[in-house]
Design a protein around this ligand. Sequence first.
Ligand code: ZN
Length: 142
Amino acid sequence: MQYRRFGNKYFVRVDRGEEIIASLERLCGQEGISLAEVEALGAVDDFSVGLFDVEEKKYHGNHFEFPAEIVSLWGTVTTKDGKFYQHIHMSAADKEGRVFGGHLVSARVSATCEMTVDVIPGFTVERKFDEDVGLNLFEFVD
Ligand code: ZN
């Protein structure tokens, strides 16, 4: 991974073989980022995405191993109990153009991943587990 900062925005190159979420966590740790929007494109060859079923309160994961283009990747960096917390969704297309996606668990880069991280310096949004929904939701404390 290599990156440069321009104002409040980082341009990040995640390299072949690197995992996207681990790379983002490393960037945020090194740069002290606690609130940001994340976008990316690129190519992956091993990724896990899924769906959280609110009724069942259960996560259904799907693992894919084939070359795929990231069609969209968007997410947030916030904090939970003061620690790094990411929430990213991704969709990726196979060679027939079929798209698979969902809540991103992991994705290994096959060629390159071009990520931008738009930081709001000096702020964070905390998360708190919501019993009703079964997820860690934004918790705004003023
Ligand atoms: Zn999600």
